[in-house]
Design a protein around this ligand. Structure first.
Ligand SMILES: Cc1cc2nc3c(=O)[nH]c(=O)nc-3n(C[C@H](O)[C@H](O)[C@H](O)COP(=O)(O)OP(=O)(O)OC[C@H]3O[C@@H](n4cnc5c(N)ncnc54)[C@H](O)[C@@H]3O)c2cc1C
Length: 142
C-alpha cells in the first residue's frame, strides 16, 4: 500500500502539508509545540544537541523538507506482563505453589511464560497452546 494510496483513501487518517504549521493544524495540535519538537529532533540528529532522553541512534536525516506527512496515533495496551501462576497442565497455583482446584488459566492472564520480556508473536502461541491444554484439562476435570 503506497503512501499516495493512503492519502487518497484516508487510510489511517494520513495528512500532508507544505509547512509544519499547516501539518499541526490538520492534526489538531498546537503548531508551536510541533515546530519545537521537530527543531529539537533535528538538533539531536547531527549531535548538535544532546537528547535529554539519552537517545543516540538517530538516522542523521533531519525533518526539514516539505511536503511533510503525519498521521494521528494514540497509546494503547499491547500486552500485560505478569499474572496468574500456572503449572504445565494450566492449573492455577496459589502463593504456596499449590493447585487451586477447578481453576485453569491460559493466555495473557497468566504470568509464567514470558519472563521479563515478551518476544513478539509469542502471545498468540501462548493462548493457542495453553488454551487447548486448559480446555482439555477442564473437560477431564484434572
Ligand atoms: C494491537 C495489538 C497487536 C498485537 N499483536 C500481536 C502479535 O502480532 N503477536 C502476538 O503474539 N501478540 C500480539 N498481541 C498480543 C495478543 O493479541 C494478546 O496477548 C492475546 O490476544 C491475548 O489473548 P487472550 O486469549 O489471553 O486474551 P484476549 O484476546 O484479551 O481474550 C480475552 C477474551 O475474554 C473476553 N472476556 C473478558 N471478560 C469476560 C467476561 N467477564 N466474560 C466473558 N468473556 C470475557 C474478552 O472479550 C476477550 O474476547 C497484540 C495485542 C494488541 C492489542
Amino acid at each position: 500500500m503506497s503512501l499516495q494510496y493512503m492519502l487518497d483513501n484516508n487510510v489511517s487518517r494520513y495528512v500532508q502539508a507544505d509547512t509544519l504549521e499547516e501539518l499541526a493544524e490538520k492534526l489538531g495540535m498546537p503548531a508551536d509545540a510541533l515546530v519545537k519538537t521537530i527543531d529539537d529532533f533535528n538538533s539531536y540528529t547531527d549531535g548538535e544537541t544532546v537528547d535529554p532522553l539519552g537517545r543516540v541512534a538517530f538516522s542523521g536525516i533531519k525533518i526539514e523538507t516539505a511536503p511533510f506527512y503525519a498521521y494521528p496515533r494514540s497509546p494503547a495496551v499491547h500486552h500485560t506482563m505478569g499474572g496468574v501462576l500456572i503449572d504445565a497442565k494450566t492449573r492455577a497455583l496459589n502463593l504456596s505453589g499449590e493447585v487451586i482446584d477447578g481453576l485453569y488459566c491460559a493466555g495473557e492472564i497468566t504470568g509464567v511464560l514470558h519472563g521479563a520480556n515478551r518476544v513478539g508473536g509469542n502471545a498468540i502461541v501462548d493462548f493457542v497452546v495453553f488454551g487447548r491444554i486448559a480446555g482439555e484439562q477442564a473437560a477431564k476435570g484434572e
